[in-house]
Design a protein around this ligand. Sequence first.
Ligand code: 5AD
Ligand code: FES
Length: 347
Amino acid sequence: MYKELIDRLEKEQTLDFEEYLLLIEHRDECSQYLKEKACEVRNNVYGRRVFIRGLIEFSNYCKNNCYYCGIRAENKNAERYRLTADEIISCADDGYKLGFRTFVLQGGEDPHFTDDIFCRVINEIKQNHPDCAITLSLGERSYDSYKRLREAGADRYLLRHETCNKSHYKKLHPEQMSYSNRLRCINDLKSLGYQLGIGFMVGSPYQTDEDLANEMLFLKKINPHMVGIGPFIPHKDTPFKDFESGNAELTTFLLALIRLTLPRVLLPATTALGTIDPLGREKGINAGANVLMPNLSPVGVRKKYLLYDGKICTGEEAAQCIACLKNRIEKTGCRIVTDRGDYSEEI
Ligand code: 5AD
Ligand code: FES
């Protein structure tokens, strides 16, 4: 019966709530078949290529206080840092030499970084490397800010919605943050023509299987170009320190479900997945993921950008991570490629 559902999902690229829920609840009985299908679909769209994105974590200052996150403002134990504009630009230069053609600028919501600063950084990276794509992951900003950054040359924007359930959102965030503003941002980004990435944590506190089934419907509705999901991992200096982690098995199951729901989506096997399971990223690729985001931040600051405990790759140079990833990915039968890896409209 699950097989038939999965076959129908492959054909129609959607199921209804009850059907998604059934698969999620009975994942043990159908995950292998689902993952095989997901890899087939990915291979048909993108081939066995895995795209790499160079992640530049430019600041761990953050004005927000999300209950799950290690760099929340109230965490007095976090050692704060921010890179200068020139340091960010030089990270991209180093990354370019290593073969990267997409740079992801990610940071906490740090008021120091005005539009003027980002516009200068974007301009300069684009000028130095016109063949590269720039992805921003700067959190919630105004429509005008998103517009200026887009006009400066930013191509893509990642803003996870974290959960599509409004009351669940309230359990993960303090009152100052609202689900409706999150959605406003996502709609603004879409209307400005960014390639849009959204996503959620798997196994976050209070999340239910019903929530996950609804996530599939939400993704289908928004139809983003990228979806970032990874297991929730507690951080010792946060209100959620005593909650259990999400797990690799559920995360990879959902990756496969997403691949069949949105066949062309760019889908990373995240660092959090590699942290919760030593073979997590490989398992993600074997479930239909096709993106990896190795860290390009200077090694000196890596250990400070800790959203959760135990994060991998905080001691390695970018070149080491690439060599390591090449090795690991080869074993999955896929191969790392260095092109921009834009969203494919063709099937
Ligand atoms: N565990 C896993 N993922 C986390 N993120 C933040 N804190 C954690 C955590 N403790 C994720 C959020 C955010 C992204 C940058 O990192 O989903 O959007
Ligand atoms: Fe960073 Fe393996 S990917 S060390």
